[in-house]
Every structure is written in C-alpha cells, then in structure tokens.
Design a protein around this ligand. Structure first.
Ligand SMILES: [Zn+2]
Length: 173
C-alpha cells in the first residue's frame, strides 16, 4: 500500500474550506492523498525590507528542509508577496528538479489590480496555479496552448484563460 502523500503547507491565514478545496483538486489531478499542515511561523526572516516582499528562494529552501520522509511533494502556500531577484514578483517558484514548490495568493487577488474582491475567482486562479506548480514537480514542462494548465503565466489574465485540469475532458470542458 502506498502511504506517500502530497503535503499542502499553508503559511498565513487561509480559510480551512479554501485549503480543503485545493486539496481535493490536487487529489483529483494527481491521485495522491493530501495532508494539510497549517503553519503559523514568523516569516519575518524571509522579508526583504528594500523590496517589501518575501524571498521566494529562501522560503523554498526552508520548506524543503522541513519535508518529511512520507512526503512525495510539498507545496507551500502563502498570502504574502513573493519575489526572486530577477523578477518584480512571482506567482510561484521551485527548486530546480526539486520536489518542493511555493505559491502565493497575493498577486492573484483582484484588489491588486483595482478591481472588486472576488473570492470565487481567487480560488479558481489559485487552484490552477497549484496544479501548475505541482505538475512541474511530476516532470511536466510548459505547454504553449493558452487553455492548458501547464501554460506559463505572467499575469492573472493568462491564468483566467486556463482550465483547471491536466487532462483534456472528453466533452470539451
Ligand atoms: Zn511553470
């Protein structure tokens, strides 16, 4: 029997229902059970005061270091603004060939772009981001089809064009 699981490690305030929905999406797409760990550690040491953002690469290293043996893949989810040195911001990030990814809801919120808050749209964007990031940990590369969840995204409009499934549905959904 396979006891391996995918660890969904949340940092910051997420509604439990939101995390449960993301976990269901992960299990549906990757067929592994998901364990949710809600972490409340202080992220101050990852904060860069000049950029006023959080260091994606250092967070990844930290997340990788707390992985457990039964963890097949880890996805760390955040509410804060993440960056890596060469980019203004990132939606998500990975260690090259690693089994750990991070993703944040921060830049997916409508409010960031002067639009009204939309929790349903936020969930829809985030589940696609998480499936995309985990897809990479299973060896999937970027796809050039705009509706494919493995298409690379630089803005929320790109994410909104995608479907939330790795497989094409028979009925075209
Ligand atoms: Zn990608």
């Amino acid at each position: 029997m396979n006891h391996k699981n995918i660890l969904l490690m949340s940092h910051g305030h997420f509604e439990r229902e939101f995390l449960d929905t993301i976990a269901e999406d992960i299990t549906r797409e990757f067929l592994f059970p998901v364990r949710i760990d809600e972490i409340h550690t202080d992220l101050n040491e990852f904060y860069d005061p000049t950029r006023r953002q959080y260091d994606g690469n250092r967070l990844l290293k930290y997340m990788d270091s707390v992985s457990r043996p039964e963890t097949l893949k880890t996805i760390g989810v955040f509410t804060v603004d993440l960056f890596i040195s060469i980019l203004t911001y990132i939606f998500g990030q990975a260690i090259f060939r690693g089994r750990t990814r991070i993703a944040s809801v921060f830049r997916l919120k409508n409010e960031q772009y002067g639009m009204v808050e939309d929790q349903f749209l936020l969930l829809d964007r985030f589940r696609k981001l998480v499936i995309h990031e985990l897809g990479h940990t299973f060896g999937l590369v970027h796809c050039s089809v705009p509706s494919c969840v493995m298409m690379s995204s630089t803005c929320v409009e790109d994410i909104d064009q995608k479907k939330k499934f790795l497989r094409q549905m028979q009925n075209g959904n």
